[in-house]
Design a binder for this molecule. Structure first.
Ligand code: C5P
Length: 286
């Protein structure tokens, strides 16, 4: 059995405050890309995991943790060989590890014929990581809480993006620590206008409107940790991007492009400034 694990970008990311448990309450419009890892599952007596990147083939990998969590929940001592073909860069803010975990939950639920409902998978997903629940859903959704509340957004028009990642990655925990966000107000979080603006822009399908509605509250903290992001962002704008934003907690930047030709051209030209680039449309249906 084969399953794709798509990358994501955050079209908006507002940090509402720091919670008592140390996590940050956020509101984000998340969008899947056509860039994806691939998981292949075959029969095996025990649980066995391999990866195209040997450095990631450890018991700590979220794919292994997802498989073990699912096996524990269902109390079925089944085995499987899971191979992960890694395409999405790590420490990139593209949600690759989280997406792999969600794909493992979805695929093994079928492969082991567990027939667990989505709510059960969503509970396990939230335990595995803040971004994992989104990847059970998508391709476009408003995400709230620390990532566990998902409200799908009606079909968004296709849009072409270009990605560029510096050689250095960023740790999510480190960027969050840099935010120095105020404690979450006791009254709870206010309605976030950025979300509404983005949902309206997505409905218009106009790349310029989408570009105007982009916002990421983690960007200045990431730029402070990795100053070369400033120059890379400038280069992307020079290449014809309508706007450039940090992907999640970084270190990848994405640019909204007016069309496919400009996105492809930018990805080629940016190879001089960045060791990893990608161009393509975002995902409009799963
Ligand atoms: O949930 P996950 O393990 O992906 O989060 C990694 C780290 O990022 C957490 O340990 C926490 O420091 C930070 N984080 C946060 N608020 C969130 C999500 C993550 O502070 N909503």
């Amino acid at each position: 059995m084969d399953i794709l694990a798509p990358a994501k970008i955050n079209l908006t990311l507002r940090i509402l405050g720091k919670r008592a448990d140390g996590y940050h309450e956020l509101e984000s419009v998340m969008q899947m890309l056509t860039l994806a890892d691939r998981l292949t599952i075959t029969d095996a007596e025990t649980l066995h995991f391999t990866c195209s990147d040997p450095a990631l083939a450890t018991a700590e990998n979220l794919v292994v943790r997802a498989a073990k969590r699912l096996r524990l929940h269902s109390a079925i001592p089944r085995g499987a060989h899971i191979h992960l073909d890694k395409v999405i860069p790590t420490q990139a803010g593209l949600g690759g590890g989280s997406s792999d975990a969600a794909a493992a939950l979805l695929a093994l639920n079928e492969f082991w014929e567990l027939r667990l409902p989505m709510e059960a998978l969503a509970g396990m997903a939230a335990e595995l990581g803040s971004d994992v629940p989104f990847f059970l859903d998508g391709p476009t959704a408003v995400v709230r809480g620390r990532g566990e509340y998902i409200a799908p957004v009606a079909r968004a028009a296709e849009c072409h993006v270009v990605l560029a990642k510096p050689a250095t990655g960023l740790s999510t925990a480190e960027v969050y620590a840099r935010l120095a966000a105020p404690p979450l107000p006791a009254t709870g979080s206010a309605v976030v206008p950025a979300t509404e603006a983005m949902v309206t822009a997505l409905a218009s399908g106009n790349p310029t409107a989408i570009a105007r509605a982009l916002i990421n509250d983690m960007q200045s903290a990431a730029f402070a940790l990795l100053p070369e992001l400033d120059r890379l962002s400038e280069r992307m704008l020079q290449q014809g991007c309508l706007a450039v934003l940090l992907c999640g907690s970084g270190s990848t930047l994405f640019g909204i492009c007016p069309n496919e030709r400009i996105a492809r051209h930018a990805a080629l030209d940016l190879t001089n400034d960045s060791p990893w680039t990608w161009a393509g449309p975002w995902m409009t249906a799963r």
